[in-house]
Design a protein around this ligand. Structure first.
Ligand SMILES: [Zn+2]
Ligand SMILES: [Zn+2]
Length: 324
């Protein structure tokens, strides 16, 4: 079986045996797998939660060969019994095992997944877009945690795939999102989806007093700017981890106190949010289609990593070589 595995020595193309499904699992054929920036980053420098050797890839569209049904896979595996699992926050289960981190993921011809993690793909949804269900679900989680409501003005920092999906989801909630993207080339690239969704994309923050602000970029400056653009009592969605020390002054932190701002973290997504994401994509096929940059085959992943990591392009998807 063709697979791209990360080992102690780096990433390699391997011939691995077809995986055997354990109890409660299904063996699935990988049709496509998105490469996100996290993948690119950990392929280069590793990650705290990454257990080697490992096949990476967590944004998958798979096919159950016995039924020919297509699925997206919720990338978590949880205990189902803890407080988090029982209160709708399964993404925070302390025993969480993540696809592509703790168990082998989608940069391979075959993979296994727990049956309960399989989410049926809407029949008319192109497989490329099935791979966007996971990032969109994470964006939906951010909007939920930030309690975004109809009529709210929402500032989103970062016009990459996730920031734009967040804009899409905010629109569906009846909010008025404004996406901030500093790079002119990316604003140009986003023109297609912006037009389809009637989504506002700006270089600079237009005005202030936003009801909510969310960071879809690890840029520390964006974090500070977002807090500053909130109305009194506004909600900050802390979605992206920060790239470096925020170096917040006491004055800046105290603004949260004096202006009664609220801070809501979000991390990952739940099965429910991912199911919601699949139907949202179905309703927005042509808009979401703008977010797919290119399809490549697994052995092209390594040369493509700098492209993915640069964050200058939309989603690159990889597939097994045999299928032409
Ligand atoms: Zn991802
Ligand atoms: Zn749990």
């Amino acid at each position: 079986m063709e697979a791209l595995q990360m080992t102690m020595r780096g990433i390699r193309e391997m011939d691995l045996p077809k995986p055997r499904a354990r109890k409660g699992e299904v063996c699935l054929r990988v049709e496509l797998c998105g490469i996100c920036r996290t993948d690119a980053k950990i392929l280069r420098e590793g990650h705290r939660d990454l257990l080697l050797p490992r096949v990476l890839g967590h944004e998958v569209c798979v096919i159950d060969d016995s039924t020919q049904k297509r699925y997206a896979v919720w990338p978590g595996e949880t205990c189902g019994r803890c407080r988090e699992c029982q209160s709708g926050m399964e993404n925070l289960c302390p025993q969480m095992r993540i696809l592509g981190f703790h168990r082998d993921g989608g940069f391979a011809e075959w993979m296994t997944a727990p049956r309960r993690s399989l989410l049926p793909a809407p029949p008319k949804l192109p497989s490329d877009l099935v791979c966007l269900a996971e990032p969109l679900a994470c964006a939906i989680n951010a909007l939920e945690q930030t309690q975004v409501k109809t009529g709210w003005r929402v500032l989103i920092h970062g016009g990459g795939v996730v920031g734009l999906l967040m804009g899409m989801a905010a629109k569906e909630k009846g909010a008025t999102p404004c996406v901030i993207e500093k790079r002119p080339a990316k604003r140009k690239m986003a023109a297609g989806i912006a037009e389809s969704l009637e989504l506002e994309i700006d270089e600079k923050i237009p005005g202030s007093r936003f009801d909510a602000a969310i960071n879809a970029t690890s840029d520390v400056k964006a974090f500070k700017e977002g807090l500053g653009a909130l109305r009194n009592g506004g909600m900050y969605g802390f979605f992206s981890g920060l790239a470096s020390d925020p170096d917040l002054s006491r004055q800046e932190l105290n603004e949260i106190h004096y202006r009664q701002l609220r801070l809501a973290g979000s991390y990952g997504c739940t099965r429910r949010q991912m199911t919601q994401a699949l139907s949202m994509l179905q309703r927005n096929i042509s808009a979401a289609g703008h977010l797919i940059f290119r399809r490549i085959i697994f052995h092209e992943i390594v040369p493509y990593l700098p492209v993915v990591e640069s964050g200058e392009f939309f989603r690159v998807l990889a597939r097994p070589a045999q299928k032409d």
